[in-house]
Unconditional design. Structure first.
Length: 392
């Protein structure tokens, strides 16, 4: 008899003995040291969020009012520095009697007046876009210009025009299924991933921002390897991406934030052209965390990214020697040098599927059952593959 669940709402009893976490070697299992994003800021001499003593004190005081017990102060290079919250826009939700959750959210667009342009970049944006960016600035509040993961509203504002130009004129993104994205509270957007460089993730995050009210910032969960890239790691942190550790994942969900995950990991972006639009094996930790934090999972397909940088070969010995996850050979790289890594101007089509509400059928304790977690992850994988196959 099969050991796999035979029904979406049932699963076999766990084997005797203590259960092992289903995360296994997922990129967001327990961190092995300082987070690369935040450690990189200190190494580069860029002011961290707690570089100014007065800012540290203000952040600690604000946190003490919002969370009990308070998290101790931490250095800028660790993963547990206190989080500043936009007090005026915390949504209070009580999912269970006697409990209260404080969710971070941007205010509705109707409550925001579009600010006057302050630079030539601002003048490139229409009033609606400036209104969205002003609403998102409420996610970073207080004396310190960054949240504890390094997100900067100023960096978002400066980056938006360039990403929007790619979104509208280069990748010509069209999307559907926005009603499946929750307007408030935690959610996990699980998507396929391809194309060597993470343009698909950037376009997906921008599409969510442009099609939500209140506007939502999708916090992409990235592999620790990316957090060690010089300069790029600072940019990633400033625009909202977060290193994939269990602690970060849990903290963001408990704050009611929207997470963007790519369960294929590096296998997705590095797959050969012969595997295009075929999902690779999934890491399953996102399902475990969804069960523990009672969070919906929105399956999402990005069609087009598999064509932006087709990988003909992967020179694995060279990649290993250089300490890289992949050494790709494409029609333009390394023939054209670094320019060969630029994506082709393919058209993106983003589709959001109906959310999986696993937490309504299973308890948080079921997250300790590896077989169940793998089974549920396969359901998400199958749903994303179906979206891809139906929309190609």
């Amino acid at each position: 008899m099969s050991n796999e669940p035979t029904d979406a709402g049932q699963h076999p009893a766990a084997d005797a003995g203590p259960r092992r976490p289903a995360l296994g070697s997922d990129p967001f299992e327990s961190p092995l040291g300082p987070e690369p994003f935040l450690a990189g800021l200190a190494d580069l001499g860029i002011e961290g969020e707690f570089a100014v003593p007065e800012a540290r004190d203000a952040a600690l005081e604000a946190q003490a009012l919002l969370r009990e017990p308070a998290i101790p102060a931490a250095d800028a290079g660790t993963a547990h520095a206190p989080q500043r919250r936009a007090d005026a826009h915390l949504a209070h939700v009580a999912p269970e009697p006697g409990s209260e959750r404080r969710w971070i959210s941007a205010p509705p667009l109707a409550e925001i007046e579009p600010p006057d342009p302050e630079s030539w970049l601002d003048r490139l944006l229409d009033p609606e876009d400036r209104r969205r960016l002003a609403a998102l600035s409420h996610l970073v509040d207080g004396e310190v210009p960054y949240d504890r993961f390094g997100l900067s509203s100023v960096a978002l504002k400066r980056t938006f025009p360039f990403l929007y130009a790619l979104y509208r004129f280069y990748f010509r993104v069209r999307s559907e299924g926005h009603a499946h994205l929750p307007t408030v509270g935690p959610a996990i957007v699980a998507s396929n991933h391809a194309g060597l460089l993470p343009f698909d993730g950037a376009m997906l995050a921008l599409d969510i921002m442009l099609n939500s009210d209140p506007p939502r910032l999708a916090r992409a969960i990235v592999d620790r390897w990316a957090g060690g890239l010089p300069w790029a790691n600072v940019f990633f942190a400033r625009v909202g991406q977060v290193i994939g550790t269990r602690e970060n994942f849990t903290d963001l969900l408990r704050e009611g934030q929207l997470l963007l995950v790519f369960p294929e990991g590096m296998s997705g972006v590095s797959k050969l052209i012969t595997q295009r639009y075929r999902l690779q094996a999934f890491h399953v930790g996102f399902v475990e965390q969804a069960l523990r934090e009672r969070t919906p999972i929105v399956p999402t397909a990005v069609i087009g990214s598999d064509d932006q940088a087709p990988v003909l070969f992967d020179v694995r010995p060279l990649a290993k020697a250089l300490g890289l996850p992949i050494a790709p050979i494409t029609p333009t790289f390394p023939l054209l040098g670094p320019l060969g890594l630029l994506p082709y101007p393919v058209r993106y089509h983003i589709v959001y599927g109906e959310p999986f509400l696993f937490h309504e059928r299973f308890s948080p304790e079921d997250a300790d059952d590896p077989r169940l977690v793998r089974y549920l992850a396969r359901q998400v994988r199958r749903a994303i593959q179906d979206l891809i196959d139906c929309r190609r």
